[in-house]
Design a protein around this ligand. Sequence first.
Ligand code: BTN
Length: 326
Amino acid sequence: MRKTEILTLLRESADYLSGQELCGRLGVSRTAVWKIINQLKEEGYEIEAVQNRGYRLLSSPDLLGESEIKSRLHTGWAGKNLIFHPVTGSTNIDAKAAAEKGAPEGTLVVTERQDAGRGRRGRGWFSPEGCNLYFTILLRPGCAPDQACTLTLVMALAVAQAVRELGLDVGIKWPNDVVIAGKKVCGILTEMSAEPDFIHYVVIGTGMNVNQEAFPEEIAGTATSLRIEKGERIARAGLLASVMAHFESAYETFCATWDLSGLAADYESLLLNKDRPVRVLDPKGDFEGTARGINEKGELLVERQDGRLECVYAGEVSVRGVYGYV
Ligand code: BTN
């Protein structure tokens, strides 16, 4: 797509790019370049054109189009195959449909709005237009299905690392809630198609509250957005590209051992529950203890009052802070 290529070249160039150079690199006429530049301007890109010097990108709108995302992605495989829908039901459903048709690992589905956004435990995910990020990545890991459950923690780590780079004090509430100031900014829904010992595919769907300014009353006490916490708008495509870069690197580390042994230290450095009292809500009986970290399977290590260490598996229980949400 010429638009993506021009945008990428403008973004990567520190100085003006002459029309002639753009034509040469893309193999198109000057008129074609001029038309695309005008198209970009109409979409809200601020492009300076100076005679004898060329074009320079001054600013980009907070758009989530295909060209905007592609020109920001610097990954090897994550998001290279991009499916963008202005509106959809759920990106997880779209990613599963793409997987069934043979889409490659790393396929990324992104949308501006979901009309049937899905959350965990059969809940919905409120997905208004033009302010947040909703995306799902397709993976085809060669591990056993129970090992792939930890991929949710890998995505939480990538999201938290990208958010931290924005200068926000972010952490993870085990297993995969990304939290700022005690409130959730991101939800992750991982779904899998597998036989007992073989994974067909995994889709990891992520919803990040980015520029949303207010929340429905029932979640206002537990949800926040990056904009609310930072006090300024965040450019979503750049943030998505950053999450993808962190995820690609973390996933490759995961694939080396099919567990979290190479990521546990990074994860624990962001783990809000660490060394704090927690209540484990276990169908076999609740108990309290102190969270000490995670093991390579992503289980939470909880030290009971008598000193015994329990490995708590995310699928079976939920964990609350004894003195609040974390
Ligand atoms: C949660 O309940 O915490 C998980 C919410 C996951 C929401 C994301 S938004 C993108 C993807 N598509 C969906 O329908 N759900 C996930």
